[in-house]
Design a protein around this ligand. Sequence first.
Ligand code: M6R
Length: 609
Amino acid sequence: MCGIFGCVLKDGKAAPIIHAALKRLEYRGYDSVGEATIYNGKLYIKKDRGKIEEVDKIHNLDDLPGNIGVGHTRWATHGAPLQVNAHPHLDCSEQIAIVHNGIIENFAELKLELENRGHVFKSKTDTEVAAHLIEEILKTNPSLSLADAVLEAVKRLDGSYALAVISPKEPNKMICARHESPLVVGINEKAIYCASDIPAFLPLTNKAVIIDDGELVTLSLEGFEIRKIADSSLVVREPKFIDWTPEMAVKQGYPHFMLKEIHEQPATLRNTLRLQEQYLDLMATFLDRAREVYLVACGTSYHACLAASYMFSKLAFLATYPVIASEFVEQHGKSVNIDSAILAVSQSGETADTLAAVNCARQRAATILGLTNVIGSTLTRVSRVYIGQQSGPEIGVAATKTFTSQLSVLAQLALRLAKKRGKISQDEMDYLAEKMEKLPDTVETIIQTQEENVKQIAKKYKDAKTFFFLGRGISTATAYEGRLKLMEIAYVPAIAFPAGESKHGPISLIEQGFPVVFICPKDETHKTIVGNIMEMKARGALIIAVIEKDDEEIKSLADDWIEMPKGIPEVLSPIPYIIPLQLLAYYMAVERGHNPDMPRNLAKSVTVK
Ligand code: M6R
């Protein structure tokens, strides 16, 4: 996730307006920033790595001439956060400046094609190909307008984009286009703006036009013209009046970041399906080669590792050790060696316990692999290979989209490894790949159909003193994660364990009215979990079951249930099945009067041991 902004002003300098707008978009990404303006037939550009204020101190971002310009605040996906990779990006002749939010999947092929035609690239980003592609199209068809050249260029892009392009060749115009990344236009009598999000221009205007997927929009002082990318046909759309306060706007109208981030998961899951294949392959090769594999992380990231250990075992027949990072040195420090691989999973890439485990393993010459949300973090710097979880900044302290994105990456990795090791048939591979592709829609359906139901369940149980969260097999990881969410933001003490453990001790806690959440997909564990539900029910527990749609057997035993779509493969089930538990924790916190975004005593990133 990055933030883009652009403006065309009747009077005055664009740069200070862009700078202020980028500050309001900083929640979308903050590892690099840049601006480009046009003045007297020339492009002016300032960009660097670092937070906006840091870059401004060095470069004085307001000090660019011209009344038209674009800006970008970055959350790296391709290419580390370095000055050269910061946006805007230019073509060879420095006549085109572009800012982009999204992921261009086919950038490697396009880059090769353009390099063969003599284009010289400066950055490691996917975005730069778009600048060179537009240049190439204009070179071969000099009579094309900038808008038509951008239209032709975006037709060749696979992936997601919201982009804004300016050129001194047409110094009064800005061309923007959108596919699967947000883009809005703001308008008042003095200027026209484009942005990733409404908060960027909300203090300047509350008249906004939402640009849809597959549309290209030309901005100028005469107004805006929207066209469909597919056939160039004109689209007529009136601006809407936005009555949000600036605080509501940053949360896109949601009352809390956590709820916004829960709802973002269909989009973030779509992003994780756009991973670069070569990194998955490389990582799978290292996992395959290792004598033993440790999956090391804390909190939610550890729960993702726990679920992943089932995926690696079931799909690739690879035994892995999921380890809580703060225990790694004591538990495995001495046994790690040159033949070990450590896959460290950390949203922030800066968690002290995870880095300490990595450090210990590095000193013993183990191979370090990383999965993180922050490209450029310490974890990416110490890893032999790293993969980005592609979920954009997560502001709520409770990790939500982190869990589902990490699991989507880990599932893809397990599938790669299964293929490499010849442990999976082509049919099975195709079946799972197809189900993975559908996960974003599945998650969307769950949110749409179950949110109100979960809200009512939270109301009913809001005064409960304790909860159990139980699952079997891979759903044990879902149970642990559901319990962590409830504890950390709603402050309800809760216990999670594999359901088979109940009769080895914990069942003695059960008395009349004790709420027990069961995670029960229709997989191989279904029959036994029915038995576990019965034994709890017989002792007076109240059963809240997360079930597959129309699971009448469990419905007849449960007091409340949450229905999930049918046909979710067992190995992928933690991704959709965690969604109602995130919502349950959220609504329980709200019902109990707590702010879910700022749980007491917790920090987003724990950088001390
Ligand atoms: O940044 P990391 O993924 O390394 O963070 C790990 C944990 O600190 C984190 O998941 C924490 O448990 C969250 N509060 C969970 O919601």
